[in-house]
Design a protein. Structure first.
Length: 299
């Protein structure tokens, strides 16, 4: 039984884009995934995104993706939304992943802009519509032009919002002006997908976060959000500024790499990375330790 959603917050407010734990030999660690998911929900997450880029989705098989969804739903699906990444740059493959995620018990889908191919806006419209038509699950778009190569334009966002199952957008565009217009015109539930911009995006209408740093500072993100919702701008700003070293440290290099290192420092399930991602060098790990400590993270 999934948690209760509302049109304003269809997936809750604080979600972490979860890494995929692997065993020492590089196999999928389902026990570790369940333990990590439980830890994150206990820390205050309303939901988890699995099989996203932070979950190393480019290097996990379709079968592993379905197994991971099923395991995380079994662990926390009665307490948190489990949103499954289903976006690729192949629409047919994306539909297969969407249906498999639904069969595995996911509560929603995350659909990233097709990457590398750089389709026109009409291609994006048809791609996302096809995914939304493929299952009965609500869909969160994922707009990240820095990785995909193309943005979802505001006009396209407005048209996509007409679909009854396209209900939200994860914004990693880094453009507060465009976000303001798209929020106002589309009516989609807006989630910050860029931790450094969590507070600024709230100020223009975002309802919550899909976070990477949530792996280590979920309670602080919850406090920041609550302060903003309660109109305490000063407190929200203070929390934002306290977290600046964490925001910076977790993205000095590729985010999955630093996140798994941070989890290892805390004794939480993570495991190795799959190539082409590689572990931090010792001096990078020490820098990460300093960054996290400066942001108040207990190690």
């Amino acid at each position: 039984m999934a948690p209760t959603s509302t049109p304003q917050t269809p997936f809750g407010r604080v979600l972490t884009a979860m890494v995929t734990p692997f065993t020492a030999d590089g196999a999928l660690d389902l026990d570790g995934a369940q333990r990590l998911a439980t830890h994150l929900v206990d820390a205050g997450n309303d939901g988890l995104v699995v099989n996203g880029t932070t979950g190393e989705s480019p290097t996990t098989s379709d079968a592993e993706k379905a197994q991971l969804v099923r395991a995380v739903v079994d662990a926390v699906g009665d307490r948190a939304f489990v949103v499954a990444g289903a976006g690729t740059n192949d629409t047919r493959h994306s539909l297969e992943l969407a249906r498999a995620a639904q069969d595995a018990g996911a509560h929603g889908l995350l659909a990233v802009t097709p990457y590398y191919s750089k389709p026109p806006q009409e291609g994006l419209l048809r791609h996302f519509t096809a995914i939304a038509d493929a299952t009965e699950l609500p869909v969160m778009l994922y707009d990240i032009p820095g990785r995909s190569g193309v943005p979802i334009n505001t006009e396209t966002m407005v048209r996509l919002a007409e679909h009854p199952r396209i209900v939200a957008n994860k914004d990693a565009k880094g453009d507060l002006g465009r976000a303001s217009w798209a929020i106002a015109r589309s009516g989609l539930a807006w989630y910050s997908g860029d931790d450094m911009l969590n507070l600024p995006l709230l100020s223009v209408g975002a309802v919550g976060f899909v976070s990477v740093v949530g792996h280590v500072v979920t309670p602080e993100l919850r406090s920041l959000l609550d302060a903003h919702l309660n109109g305490d701008v000063t407190k929200a700003t203070e929390i934002h500024q306290k977290l600046l070293p964490v925001f910076t440290g977790m993205f000095r290099t590729q985010g999955v790499i630093t996140t798994k290192a941070a989890l290892a420092l805390q004794g939480l399930p993570a495991g190795p990375l799959r190539l082409p991602l590689v572990e931090l060098a010792p001096e990078e790990t020490e820098q990460l330790r300093r960054d996290l400590a400066a942001g108040g993270v207990q190690l």
